[in-house]
Design a protein around this ligand. Structure first.
Ligand code: FES
Ligand code: FE2
Length: 386
């Protein structure tokens, strides 16, 4: 690497270790495609209850009783309830959060569970105020030439949601996600066979606003088949081990005549909306596949390593119905393969970082530009200053 490509980001070791004092805005509450009408669910961090009352009426409130703050629900996921009943003094609530009954109390008019602000953007329920979303995400993807509906979940079919454990601080996953340098070395059999890192391009929000984001776009290699054969020979492995290349070639063969929603030569668009959940809407294969990944702390007693990456998988509506199950299986296989590689990197980094070693962070100015942007935003907006 040439000297001119290296820039120092200063020496702030273990910056993410301060995450216990982070702010709460920017959670993800599911999407108009992933939440069924009538559904009630408790988020995976057990902090919020989400209810979809009708086609376009959603409620998000805190999972804390308005009497003395007891949690109303305890098991994350979809609930089979028509009323929310607090187990402590039996206050009950309508699903819109209004108090229904408070035994032994006089009528409590106007009492409600505490509503949490959210805004529906491209069908996704983001934990930000509407004016922030309108302002900060107005030109999302424009400089990369992405069509306005590229991330719109209304254009996709929700397939499934998976819960992947992270045994390291959630912000560390972002450090790795926002670095494309590791693709070449650590995803040798997976991403690197399809993603042409030379073509990588970034779009960054103004990091001065509370709602910050980054997008990285990478195009596909032209000779994926040849690269796969060479890689399989050099590493003595099978097609199974080359998930993304195998998926790419399978799509060409079976969905070759399906028009891609975005430029067919774009392999991936990795976006991150910074905040509590670090919502990562990821498009793959000309926008045919969408994974909305977000981070939660599932174990409040273990804020550093009790985390999870939740992933909602979607396929574009243009994927023929009879091929959706197969496409999804291959997409998930490829996704999980590279995610395991990322996990291994983060676990290695965490092994050293948890000992509070001091080091100077040198970031590659192009391939790791996202890391730099996220760090700046994180320190400015997300950490509670002492
Ligand atoms: S804490 Fe819920 S009813 Fe008292
Ligand atoms: Fe990676």
């Amino acid at each position: 690497m040439e000297k001119s490509q290296i820039q120092s980001s200063g020496s702030v070791p273990n910056w993410y270790a301060r995450h216990m004092r982070t702010k709460q805005f920017g959670a993800y509450f599911g999407s108009t495609s992933s939440i069924a009408i009538g559904e009630v669910y408790l988020t995976f961090d057990r902090r919020h209850i989400v209810h979809r009352m009708s086609e376009d009426e959603f409620f998000v409130y805190e999972n804390a009783c308005a009497h003395a703050g007891a949690p109303l629900l305890t098991k994350p996921g979809v609930q089979d309830v028509r009323t929310l009943v607090c187990p402590i003094h039996m206050w009950s609530y309508h699903l819109n959060g209004d108090l229904k009954r408070a035994p032994m109390f006089r009528p409590c008019e106007g009492v409600q569970l505490k509503q949490v602000p959210f805004t529906i953007w491209n069908g996704m329920l983001l934990g930000f105020e509407k004016d922030e979303v309108d302002y900060a995400l107005k030109h999302f993807g424009e400089s990369l030439g992405l069509p306005s509906k590229a991330f719109d979940v209304a254009e996709f079919v929700f397939m499934s949601e998976e819960d992947y454990r992270l045994r390291y601080p959630a912000a560390l996953m972002l450090v790795n996600y926002l670095d494309i340098l590791h693709v070449i070395f650590m995803h040798f059999l997976t991403f690197a066979l399809v993603a042409s890192t030379d073509t990588s391009r970034w779009e960054f929000s103004n990091f001065l606003t509370r709602l910050g984001y980054s997008i990285q776009l990478v195009r596909s290699h032209v000779e994926v088949e040849k690269r796969r054969v060479q890689a399989m020979q050099s590493r003595s492995c099978t097609e199974e081990d080359t998930g993304w290349a195998t998926f790419h070639l399978w799509l060409k063969e079976h969905l070759g005549n399906v028009k891609r929603p975005i430029d067919e030569n774009i392999f991936a668009v990795w976006a991150t909306i910074y905040g509590k959940s670090c919502i990562m809407p990821e498009l793959y294969e000309g926008g045919l596949c969408l994974a909305v990944s977000y981070l939660v702390n599932e174990d409040p007693n273990d804020p550093m390593t009790g985390n999870a990456n939740l992933v909602e998988y979607y396929l574009h509506k243009s994927v023929p119905e009879e091929l959706r199950v197969q496409t999804m299986r291959r997409f998930q296989h490829a996704y999980e393969q590279s995610a395991r590689e990322d996990d291994a990197i983060c676990e290695r980094l965490w092994e050293a970082h948890q000992h509070e070693l001091t080091f100077h962070r040198h970031a590659h100015e192009e391939l790791e530009a996202g890391d730099e942007h996220y760090r700046k935003w994180y320190m400015k907006h997300f950490v509670v200053n002492e």
